[in-house]
Write a protein that binds this ligand. Structure first.
Ligand code: ADP
Ligand code: MG
Length: 720
């Protein structure tokens, strides 16, 4: 039984070095060479056509047929010139990941290559097997993908890939990109309106995202010898190794050479695809790493993140590495997240979350800063819902991951600024030798932020010139949390504008009106601000006192989408209809149920077919040994004790699995999806997963290492 494990270990030991092409250090020479974006359009389209396309993109407008034809023709020539034979609409269904269906440029009937504007703009993939949450019954198999011109086309393999949205035949959106685009439009409009209170030259505000992607890289042969990693993306069993992350020697340590080669390889491919990867380093847990690109406009950044995950998996495979994007592949070690660094930037180049030395700009900064905190306070439950997934449940609140309680960390200096502004409008700021500055109408404080002011325990932290939404899971599509965040900020900015306008109408001076509303917001949103240790038990108690929610699991967390407040918010800004929100929740619950079901089966299968037979076989060896000792008149009490312990664990495992199967039969009959998901959460996952695991992991310590069937943590995490 342990054969598979030892064969995998042998394979690992025999691995040679994978060849890596030498790289041209002038990355600028090949950066974006596989992208058909603005630059290529400018170069290949007639100036008038290009102007139409770029205006449409900037102003969220439709592109007419003739323009689409011209773009399609140029894209086709470009792609074929680079060896492409096919094109595909590339979209992001609710299942997570990306989907594509390839069509060839070659038209056999006509005997030529062609690509019409209509094919660029719209396609009709058979949508019947994508989840729709009941919006579209399966017999009505039609759904549409529609070109998103705001994200550049790219050549992937031999296929021209066109970023698209995905909608049902009846017009409801079935993907993560459509609501995101709508939320981004909402935040552009709301933020621009507020900016114009300060600067009439600002005509657009773009939301930007820089995602820090964490992942584990383990040897492919070892990973493939673990059915749980193959089926569920995480280990359901495995005793902690003697050495975990306690030495704290992995973080920022030297990158192992095999992983380094893999990183260089995937970075090159990313650069060719125009993905601006920049930072790479080890993470806290052994075999855990991070890659971070430079920030970009949110929609493009998210497409790039989705594409990058695919590139990383493929290149990993070439290097015989299995890349784990799961939020919690290993118990007892840090999980993986995808910190979403986010800010709003004007078309005049001002980062609205960057404090500056100019008084006027600082009031603008404070406006956006305080309004954002207020939005997080108002819609904390929605933000929590937006990062809820089955996998993230294992991570949130465990081993140095942000807790499931939403709060915002702003740092000591911003706390001082807000406290002073709230009290009297005077602000004392450390600058040189403790300069005292008056905040208020004529003078806005000079805020110089100390960038070292960091708190890694907060799910939503201000980091000097941007907010960092840290609770997002590593395997998640950022579209969902980014939709929520941009939408709640858009809504709060709209309300801010209305309140300020009212005060101005009443005759208040503009800047006084602004400060008055901000003061109000500071008062109202205090409960969401937390500067302490988010991992501590005290915070759990304190948060409860403050009335903040602590929703530990996904099926309950996503209820927030269906609250009156959330539904109104989505509808008011035209982001999602009531029906769409309901359908999405239904899809998420169904997927949650399936994931817990799969894990329960994997646990049952591994325990019954691998662990228990191994334990019994080992126990039989011990029985022979005990009898032998007894025959010789030697004390065998220790061996007998081990035999008993093994029996006890086998009993616990067997009973657990049997009861779990019975429970599943009962739960599967529950008609209501929500109730079924809750039952899977409480009565399967919570009740049995850990208790069964506990006994399996104890057996791992009792049974002879030579006999153990599953690749051990120390092998997965430390061998390369
Ligand atoms: P950290 O110390 O958290 O690793 P970095 O400065 O390395 O911070 O940045 C992390 C990510 O934040 C990068 O992707 C970076 O491009 C992004 N980032 C920096 N400034 C902004 C901004 N104004 N808006 C959005 N993302 C940003
Ligand atoms: Mg960070």
């Amino acid at each position: 039984m342990s054969q598979l494990r030892f064969e995998a270990l042998k394979k690992l030991n025999e691995r040679g070095k994978v060849h890596v092409e030498p790289i041209d250090p002038n990355i600028s020479k090949f950066f974006g060479e596989n992208v058909f974006g603005m630059e290529q359009m400018r170069a290949t389209l007639a100036p008038a056509v290009f102007k139409k396309v770029s205006n449409a993109i900037k102003n969220h407008e439709k592109i007419d047929e003739a323009t689409a034809d011209a773009v399609a023709s140029a894209a086709k020539s470009w792609a074929i010139g680079k060896g492409a034979t096919h094109f595909t609409h590339w979209f992001q269904p609710m299942t997570g990941g990306t989907a594509e269906k390839h069509d060839s440029f070659f038209d056999a009937l006509a005997g030529i290559e062609r690509f019409k504007g209509s094919e660029l703009v719209q396609q009709e993939p058979d949508a019947s097997s994508f989840p729709s949450g009941g919006i579209r019954s399966t017999f009505e198999a039609r759904g549409y993908t529609a070109w998103d011109p705001t994200s550049p086309m790219f050549l992937y393999g031999k296929t021209l890939s066109i970023p698209t949205i995905f909608v049902s035949y009846t017009g409801e959106t079935l993907d993560t990109k459509s609501p995101l685009l709508k939320a981004l439009k909402a935040v552009d409009q709301a933020a621009t309106q507020v900016c114009q209170l300060f600067d009439k030259d600002i005509n657009h505000v773009v939301a930007s995202l820089g995602g820090e992607q964490e992942y584990f890289a383990v040897d492919k042969a070892l990973a493939n010898a673990r059915p749980d990693l193959v089926m569920a993306g995480r280990t359901v069993f495995g005793h902690s190794p003697a050495r975990g992350q306690q030495l704290e020697d992995h973080y920022f340590g030297t990158i192992p050479s095999r992983v380094y080669d893999f990183m260089r390889d995937f970075e090159i491919e990313c650069w060719k695809l125009g993905i601006p990867v920049r930072t790479r380093h080890n993470e806290v847990a052994p075999s855990q790493f991070e890659v971070a690109p430079l920030f970009e406009e949110v929609n493009v950044a998210n497409d790039h993140n989705q594409l990058m995950m695919d590139v990383i998996s493929r290149v990993g495979d070439k290097h015989n590495l299995k890349i784990l994007f799961h939020e919690k592949p290993f118990a007892g070690l840090n999980g993986s997240g995808k910190h979403n660094n986010w800010s709003l930037i004007t078309d005049t180049g001002v980062n609205l979350y960057a404090p500056s030395s100019s008084a006027r700009d600082n009031l603008l900064f404070l406006t956006f800063f305080i309004t954002t905190i207020k939005a997080v306070h108002e819609h904390a439950d929605l933000l929590r819902a937006s990062i809820a997934t089955a996998a993230n449940d294992f991570r949130l609140g465990a081993n140095e991951a942000p807790p499931a309680i939403m709060s915002a960390f702003i740092g000591a200096q911003m706390t001082a600024v807000l406290d002073e502004l709230e009290k009297k409008g005077n602000v004392k700021i450390e600058k040189g030798d403790n300069m005292y500055m008056k905040l208020g109408i004529d003078q806005i404080p000079e805020i110089i932020l100390d960038a070292t002011d960091r708190n890694r325990t907060s799910p939503f932290a201000f980091t000097g010139n941007k907010f960092e939404f840290r609770a997002v899971g590593s395997s998640d599509n950022c579209g969902t949390p980014m939709t929520a965040l941009n939408l709640i900020v858009a809504d709060q900015l709209t309300k801010f504008y209305e309140s300020v306008s009212k005060e101005i109408e009443k005759g208040e001076e503009k800047r006084i009106a602004i400060v008055n509303v901000l003061r109000q917001y500071i008062k109202e949103s205090k409960a969401i601000r937390f500067e302490g240790d988010g991992y501590s038990d005290e915070w759990v108690k304190e948060a409860e006192k403050r009335g903040l929610s602590n929703i530990k699991n996904m099926p309950r967390a996503i209820d927030a989408y269906l609250s009156k407040k959330s539904l109104e918010l989505f509808e008011k800004h035209g982001v999602l209809s009531h029906k769409e929100v309901e359908a999405r929740n239904e899809i998420k619950l169904e997927s949650y149920i399936k994931k817990v079901q799969i894990e329960a089966r994997v646990i049952g299968d591994l325990a019954m077919n691998h662990i228990i037979p191994t334990a019994i076989a080992y126990q039989n060896k011990l029985i022979t040994n005990a009898n032998g000792l007894k025959g010789l008149g030697v004390d065998n009490a220790a061996v007998v004790q081990t035999i008993k312990e093994i029996s006890e664990h086998i009993e616990i495992i067997k009973n657990g699995i049997r009861q779990m199967v019975e429970e599943r039969k009962r739960i599967n009959k529950i008609a209501d999806t929500h109730k079924r998901a809750i039952a899977y959460c409480d009565d399967i996952k919570e009740k049995y997963f850990d208790s069964i695991r506990d006994s399996v992991d104890k057996l791992e310590l009792l049974v002879d290492d030579e006999d153990w069937p599953l690749v051990k943590y120390r092998e997965l995490l430390f061998l390369r």
